[in-house]
Structures are given as C-alpha cells and as structure tokens.
Design a binder for this molecule. Structure first.
Ligand code: ZN
Length: 481
C-alpha cells in the first residue's frame, strides 16, 4: 500500500476511535467493543507502516503510539471504571452523589471545614494503592511496545519536542526552585482568606486552591457569558469560531476537567466542559477555544501526519495563549468592562495560581521524565514524587500522584504545559512589538497566529526562546508580596 493510502486509512480509523473516546469523557454512551475493534485495526495499519516505511519520522512515532494505545486499551478502560468505584467514600455526599474520584474537586471547593477535606484526602491517598496495579500495567505495556523500536515513551516525547533530556530536566528544576519561595510566601498570605485555616498543609492541593481562590471574582462574571466573550474576541481577532461545537451540559459521568477533541482536523472540533463557577468557567472556555482554533486552522489538504502529529507543548501553546487574555489587564478592562480593583484582584490571583502550577508541575514533570529514564517502579515513583514536592512546595504523600487526572493515564504530557507557558510569553512579546499594546484588535496579528496554528506538526519550535528567568520574574510580581 502507498504511504498516502495508509495514512488516509489511519485517519479514518482515528476519527471513529476519537469519537468513542470523546463520548467516554463527555459522559455519553460509548461502545467498548467498537473501540477495541478500531484499536486492533489501527494496530494493523500502524504495523504496515512501520514494516514498510521509516519516514516521515512523526508518522513513525505516532504509529508506535497508536499500537501502544491499542495494547493498553483494556487496562485503561478498567482504570477509568475502577478509580471512581474504588476511590470513593460513603461518608460524604455532594449534591446527592457520593464523593469519589470524579467529584472530589467539587467537594474540596465547596467544603469549608478543613478537617473533612483532610479526612477525605487521607482516605483517598490510602485507597490510591488499589488502582496502582492498573497504572503499573499500563505503564509497562507502553515501555514494552516502545522498546520493540529501541525507544521509550520519553525518547519519543523529547524528539517531538526538540529537547534533550538534560536541557528539559534542568529547565523544570529551575522553574520549580525559582517559584518555590514566592509561592510559599503568597500561600501563607492567602491561606486564611481562601482556605479558611491557619497554615498551608499537604492536603491543600493545587485543585483545592484553584477551586476556591476565584470565588470572590465570581461577582464580576455573573452577568457576562464566557462563550459569548470568547467568540466575540475570536471574531475581532479574525477567526471563525462558529464551526466549533460546544457541549456545556451537566452529566453525571462527564469528566471534571474541560477538554477539546479534534475528531477530524480541521472540520470536526469539539469542546466539552462542566460548569464549575463563573470565573473558573471563563478560564476553561478560553483555554479550550485556544485548542479549538489551533485544530480548525489546519489546512485540510495537508498530510495526515502534519495535521495530527503535533508536539504536545505546541498544542498547549495555542490554548495557553488564548487563556492568557485573562491575565491581560487591558483586555479585562476594555473587553470585559471590569474596573481596576477587579482587574488587579484577577491578575494577582491568577499569578498566584501560576506559581502553584509551576511548583506542582515541576514535581509532576520531573518525576515523569525520571520514571522512564530510571525505570522506576510505582513505589519508586511515589517516593521520588514525594521528595520533589518537599523540594518545590510542601511534602505530600507520594501515592497522591496516582490520583491525578494526567499523571497516571498518560506516558508523558505534564512538562508540555510548562514549556508552552514559556513559549507563550515569547509569542506575546512578539505580538506586542509587531502589532502594539492592543494586538488582539488587529486582524493582522490574528492572521499571524492563524498562520502559526496552520503549521501544526511543522511548527518551528526552535524559533521561540524559552526564558525561565524573565517568566519567573513576571509571575512573581504579586501586589501583596
Ligand atoms: Zn490544554
């Protein structure tokens, strides 16, 4: 079979497979047998490619990934079911539902009594061990599949990201160490106001902070709608968001995190989210629309590998860029009509969460890199993650990493957000220099971003300097520190 024929077969199967995965995350009915069948066919096509071709290299890497996905499917489906069953407690309810892995974040954001939050945290961390064998299994399947091609998932990740191991490892260390003191000082300042307690402790996790810190901002966002605002912004910027489908319905089995799927790129892009609170929803909506315009900007005539094989940090570049509008004082004032006091409060609180993110994701990302490099077991991983949390913020029981929504279910991914955040700072600086302070009103600036988005898998990673120092300096500028 010719390369193009194989690739188009790959795309057709991928579309059908993505649709089922989308339904699964959206809490809609999905067909497990169909998924398994499609995964088997994807393995076949991928093996055909790997036997007959060595290039294009990104098609080679995605073919290995596709085989690994198929091999892991059964385990992943089980993990998906088991974690809501096993990570759960009958002791507390939220809106008539048991508190479990899926509703834990909601519970933490509305429960003002810290003792109750601690109790559930300790209980869930203990129960995390019950899903450890499944996590171990999915990781070892990945390791095994990649090793057949003399690679690890980490090798493939670094190659697509255009980074060396040491380069990324030391960048992440620098960000984690650099954010630490400012984060802890700011946490101490905010802990009473936000968490209603005297000290910041191990069970006050990133998601608890995030679920509560934007509460006082809700009042500014009750009368404006995130979807209307992001669409208006994108139209002014020269994009057409009308083809992007949005599902905002509340369903019991819907994922607690917002997400965007490029089912068929560029023609079928779907955003899905669950309403949490007015300002948090704004953040999620802007972020996911960034992913969506990235997908929708692809050239339909480009090859399958160019459209679909995008380094993960490039995917996050567009989402973080659009989300960063909410860190832009002039945008908040002029476009959302907010007064200075509200703007300052938003910028401060988002910067604080950015510090929290840097410390938490430095631990996540470094552990994940070492996991593959040093062949950690699940216990080693927990031990190392605990050490890293102690280094970057506060010592957290190591098994917590098994309860994260990205860490145990992806081979890699965590560092992508940090790489992308630094790249976005560089992109924004370019926009400001070339199109002025209010670049988001410039169609030319919009065209520039659309052209960047259209490069998809050919995005020029090396063109953007990742400057940790100036990034940290900016994030650490909090009005109360
Ligand atoms: Zn994202």
């Amino acid at each position: 079979m010719r390369l193009e024929e194989l690739a188009s077969k790959f795309e057709k199967l991928r579309i059908q497979f993505s649709e089922q995965s989308y339904n699964q995350d959206a809490g809609l009915p999905y067909d497990k047998d169909l998924m398994k069948n499609l995964a088997t066919q994807l393995t076949q096509v991928s093996q055909d490619f790997l036997t007959n071709f060595e290039k294009p290299r990104n098609m080679y890497l995605i073919s290995i990934a596709a085989i690994a996905v198929a091999e892991k499917l059964e385990t992943e489906l089980e993990l998906h079911e088991q974690r809501v069953k096993k990570i759960s407690t009958d002791k507390y309810e939220i809106a008539g539902r048991t508190v479990n892995w899926g509703t834990w974040r909601q519970f933490n954001s509305i429960t003002d009594n810290p003792t109750k939050r601690k109790e559930v945290f300790d209980d869930f961390v203990k129960k995390a061990l019950s899903i450890a064998p499944l996590v171990e299994k999915r990781m070892s399947i990945s390791r095994d599949i990649y090793s057949r091609y003399s690679l690890t998932p980490l090798d493939s990740y670094l190659e697509l990201e255009g980074l060396e191991y040491n380069q990324l490892h030391s960048l992440l260390m620098k960000l984690g160490d650099g954010a630490r003191d400012a984060f802890l000082a700011a946490a101490e300042h905010l802990v009473a106001k936000v968490l209603g307690k005297k000290n910041f402790e191990y069970y006050d996790d990133f998601y608890t902070w995030r679920g509560r810190i934007y509460r006082p901002l809700g009042k500014h966002f009750e009368k404006i709608d995130g979807l209307d605002e992001v669409r208006r912004f994108l139209v002014t910027f020269g994009f057409d968001p009308s083809r992007i489908k949005v599902d905002a319905e509340d369903r019991e089995k819907k994922s607690p995190s917002a997400f965007c799927f490029g089912i068929q790129i560029p023609n079928d892009i779907r955003i899905c989210f669950r309403k949490v609170s007015p300002f948090t929803d704004f953040g999620s909506i802007f972020h996911e629309f960034g992913h969506a315009i990235h997908g929708a900007s692809a050239n339909p005539n480009d090859s399958v590998w160019k459209r679909y094989v995008v380094p993960m940090s490039v995917a996050e570049t567009f989402s973080i860029l659009i989300e960063s509008m909410l860190d832009t004082p002039l945008f908040l004032k002029q476009e959302l009509g907010l007064v200075d006091r509200a703007v300052n409060e938003i910028v401060d609180r988002r910067r604080f969460m950015n510090l929290a993110f840097l410390t938490f994701y430095a631990a996540n990302s470094i552990m994940k890199m070492e996991f593959w490099k040093k062949r950690y077991s699940i216990e080693d991983a927990a031990k190392r993650w605990q050490e890293l949390t102690k280094r970057f913020f506060i010592e957290v029981p190591g098994d917590y990493w098994l309860l994260h929504h990205v860490m145990p279910s992806y081979d890699m991914y965590s560092p992508s957000y940090m790489i992308a955040s630094l790249r976005v700072a560089a992109v924004r600086e370019r926009l400001r220099q070339d199109y002025g302070e209010i670049w988001w009103k410039s169609k030319k600036a919009g065209n520039y971003i659309r052209d960047l988005a259209a490069t998809r898998g050919d995005f020029d990673i090396k063109a953007w300097n990742l400057d940790a120092e100036s990034y940290l300096k900016d994030v650490k500028t909090l009005s109360f520190l």
